[in-house]
Design a binder for this molecule. Structure first.
Ligand code: UDP
Length: 244
């Protein structure tokens, strides 16, 4: 995985955004599947509680620090990450750089209709990029072989799997060896973001590390999930050093 920081058992890449994009462009030239996960504090806390999930995350080629909470945790552990590398920004930058080479992207996940809207947005933003297929994220387990077949038939270079955590990471791990793609992302709410179904925090809020507060304001029902954030912080303070 290259250089990493161990945060509560999860190996998080120390690469900057620019370095990560370059690494992914290199992956696109290699004929094998590369897995990229983008864990935030909630996901890392989930892995802390579930060692099997931690192992699954650590089987990735890259785990990037999706969110300021992960960066703060690395500072507490005195192995500071230089910046956050959010999945949304990373995917956009990769699409921008991959577009002139007419790279092919498959969008899998989110509610019916969302992936198609995200596809329109991506082709508008990055002329040259080929969105070679879409599929919504609501399916029965027995449909998985047919979904894998649909993806492989579309011959994508890049596959975004947006089913929420930990479902997307588990789906990727279970099907990795049957997928004929170069880079597969566990990409959470990226399709909703591209389709404009999820408002992102203004830049000033992002700079202040308050993206979580903005999200909570827009979706108050996330409060229960967000209790993982203080628990994550406290666990890093109390137990983080054990994992370094
Ligand atoms: N989602 C899906 N299938 C499912 C559950 C969720 O496609 O069975 C999609 C959901 O529509 C959303 C995305 O997964 O587009 C991310 O969901 P959520 O915001 O709950 O996850 P997060 O990224 O915040 O963990």
């Amino acid at each position: 995985m290259g250089d990493t920081v161990n945060i509560l058992g999860v190996q998080v890449s120390t690469k900057t955004m620019a370095e990560t994009v370059d690494t992914l462009l290199g992956y696109l030239d290699e004929e094998r599947v590369h897995c990229v996960f983008t864990p935030n504090s909630e996901i890392i806390y989930m892995a802390y509680k579930d060692p099997q999930f931690a192992q699954l995350l650590n089987s990735a080629d890259l785990n990037t620090a999706d969110g300021i909470g992960v960066v703060y945790a690395s500072r507490i552990l005195k192995q500071p990450l230089r910046e956050r590398v959010t999945g949304f920004d990373l995917i956009n930058l990769l699409c921008e750089r991959a577009a002139p080479d007419k790279r092919r992207v498959f969008l899998f996940g989110a509610k019916p209709g969302v992936a198609e809207e995200a596809a329109d947005k991506l082709t508008q933003l990055y002329p040259g990029l080929v969105i070679c297929g879409t599929r919504d994220g609501y399916f029965k387990e027995e449909q998985t072989p047919e979904i894998v077949e649909q993806i492989n038939a579309a011959e994508p270079d890049i596959l975004l799997v947006c089913l929420g955590a930990p479902k997307q990471e588990k789906w990727i791990a279970d099907n990795r060896e049957h997928l004929n793609v170069r880079v597969v992302f566990g990409a959470g709410g990226t399709l909703d973001g591209l389709a404009g179904r999820m408002e992102r925090a203004p830049e000033s809020w992002q700079r202040l590390g308050l993206e979580w507060a903005f999200r909570l304001m827009k979706e108050p029902k996330r409060i229960f999930r967000m209790t993982a954030l203080p628990r994550f912080g406290l666990t890093v303070l109390l137990k983080g050093r054990k994992y370094r």
